[in-house]
Design a protein around this ligand. Sequence first.
Ligand SMILES: [Zn+2]
Length: 197
Amino acid sequence: MSQEWNIRSRGHVCSVCAKPLVDKAPVVSALRETPSGYDRYDCHPECWKAMERDWEPFSVWDGVYFAPVKAPKSEPVKKEDAGELLRQLIALDDPTMQNVVYVLAVMLERAKILVERDAKTLEDGKIRRVYEDRKQGDTFVILDPRLRLDNIAAVQQQVVALLSGTKTLGEVSGVDGEGAAQGESGTPADEVQPETA
Ligand SMILES: [Zn+2]
């Protein structure tokens, strides 16, 4: 497993029978771990039940399918920006940003934008958490670096700086540096001390 996190979009047709999923109807979603990441399955519950498979899902959960809607943007801009920022960060696939990615995901969960679907503890004690976008149904597999409480505030400041546009991704990535790459090192991810050497 080379990638620490992943995005998988929800399908709009059943992964088993290939017929469309029904708006507001139950859907079973599953992630299958592969050497290159995750395969995602979205199925009619009865199709999932009937599906013959010789593999165990990394994660499986019951949800409700919502057909995509092109609605006028009535939501606060900030929330959409935060979700967009998370997608950008995940697409960057930068290990030094894993603290920022995780804290942003937690903030989005508290804002009821994401819901945590599953959590798996890894051998090194870190946790891989599966978040799902409540509306769009996209899945985010995010590494929980087990931040110490006194580090979270500093990371939160970086997230807020990114959201407010006072810092760019490059600036935060550079600042977060080595300390963030080793979550267990205990090095404070302190944004006011860029020179840690
Ligand atoms: Zn089906």
